[in-house]
Design a protein around this ligand. Structure first.
Ligand code: TPP
Ligand code: SF4
Length: 292
C-alpha cells in the first residue's frame, strides 16, 4: 500500500477515510454505512485520536481497515465487552462498536443485553444483513423464520431475534433503526447515538447482495418508513409497539430515548480522573510482572 495516500494526522483532520479502499462486494450495503459513519464523525468533529472504535469480525468488521481512528479489531462476538473495557479505562472517549448481526445478536448476544442493563456509554452500530457474510452465507439470528441458507437448506426453524425489543426491555436508553441506502438519515442517527449519554444501539438494515438476495434494497425500500414528528420516542410502550413492526412495514428513526445514570458515573474511582491516567497503573504493572 502507498502510505503517501494516508491522511496526515493534523488537528484539522477528523476520523474518516484510512487510505485503504473497501474490499466489499460491489453493491454491498456496507458502503452506505461506511459513508454515513464518515459523515457523522466529521459532523461531530471527532478527531481520530479523540475517539475509539471497536470492530467485530465479519465483512462489517473489515471496516477496521477503511476508517481512520483509534481502533481495535476484537474477537467475533466480543466487540461489545471490549468497548466497555475501553470506556472504563478512559470514560472521556466516545466509544463506538461496528459489528454484524451475527457478532452482536448471535455469539455476542449475551454481552449486548448486559451492556444495555449497565447503560454503558457506548454506541453500537449493527450491520443487520440477516446472514453471515464473511463466512459465505450461513443463517444469522435476524433471518426470518423459514429463510433458506447454506446452513439451513430446509429453512430456519427458529423465530428471528428482535434487536429493538431485546435491548429496550434490558434498559437501553437510545435505540434507532436505519437503512444503509438512506445515508443522510443514517448519518443523523449515528450523530444522535454518539451524542447520547448512555447505551445506544443503531440497527442498520444492510443488504448483503451476494448471500441474501431475499432482503434486497427493493425489499427494504418497499417496507421502511420514517417515524414522523408525531411519534414520541420517550414513550416506552410506543417503542415496544414499534419494535414489533418487523416484516410488513418497518420503522426507521429514533425508536426510543430516555435518560438514566451511565455505568461509569457510579464508579468512585473515576470521579477525579480517567482510569488510564491514574497512578495505580504502576502498581498494576508491578502486579502483572510477578507473573512474567
Ligand atoms: C470466536 C469465533 N467464532 C466464529 C468465527 C467465525 N466467523 C467469522 S465471521 C462470522 C460471522 C460473520 O457474520 P456477521 O457477524 O453477521 O458479520 P457480516 O460478515 O455479515 O458483516 C463467523 C461465524 C470466528 N472468527 N471467531
Ligand atoms: S458477502 Fe455480503 S456483506 Fe459481505 S461484502 Fe459481500 S455483499 Fe457485503
Amino acid at each position: 500500500m502507498n502510505t503517501q495516500n494516508l491522511p496526515t494526522p493534523t488537528a484539522k483532520i477528523n476520523a474518516a477515510f484510512s487510505g485503504y479502499f473497501p474490499t466489499w462486494c460491489p453493491g454491498c450495503g456496507n458502503f452506505g454505512i461506511w459513508s454515513s459513519l464518515k459523515s457523522a464523525f466529521n459532523k461531530l468533529k471527532l478527531h481520530p485520536d479523540k475517539m475509539a472504535i471497536v470492530f467485530g469480525i465479519g465483512c462489517s468488521g473489515n471496516m477496521n481497515d477503511f476508517l481512520w481512528a483509534n481502533s481495535f479489531h476484537a474477537l467475533h462476538g466480543r466487540a461489545v465487552p471490549t468497548a466497555i473495557g475501553v470506556k472504563i479505562a478512559n470514560h472521556s472517549l466516545p466509544v463506538i462498536v461496528i459489528a454484524g448481526d451475527g457478532d452482536c445478536y448471535g455469539e455476542g448476544g449475551n454481552h449486548l443485553l448486559h451492556a444495555a442493563r449497565g447503560n454503558h456509554d457506548i454506541t453500537v452500530v449493527v450491520h443487520d444483513n440477516r446472514v453471515y457474510g464473511l463466512t459465505t452465507g450461513q443463517v444469522a439470528p435476524t433471518a426470518f423464520k423459514g429463510a433458506k441458507s447454506k446452513s439451513t437448506p430446509g429453512g430456519i426453524i427458529e423465530v428471528p431475534v428482535n434487536p429493538v425489543a431485546l435491548v429496550l426491555t434490558q434498559g437501553a436508553t437510545f435505540i434507532a433503526q436505519g437503512f444503509s441506502q438512506d445515508m443522510i438519515h443514517l448519518t443523523d442517527l449515528i450523530v444522535a447515538g454518539v451524542e447520547h449519554k448512555g447505551f445506544s444501539l443503531i440497527n442498520v438494515f444492510q443488504p448483503c447482495v451476494t448471500f441474501n438476495p431475499a432482503n434486497s434494497y427493493s425489499f427494504y425500500r418497499e417496507r421502511v418508513y420514517k417515524l414522523g414528528a408525531d411519534y414520541d420516542p420517550s414513550n416506552f410502550r410506543s417503542a415496544l409497539d414499534k419494535s414489533m413492526e418487523l416484516e410488513e412495514k418497518i420503522p426507521i428513526g429514533v425508536i426510543y430515548k430516555s435518560e438514566r445514570p451511565v455505568y461509569t458515573d457510579s464508579l468512585n474511582q473515576l470521579k477525579t480522573s480517567v482510569l488510564a491516567g491514574q497512578s495505580q497503573n504502576t502498581e498494576f504493572i508491578k502486579f502483572i510482572n510477578e507473573f512474567v
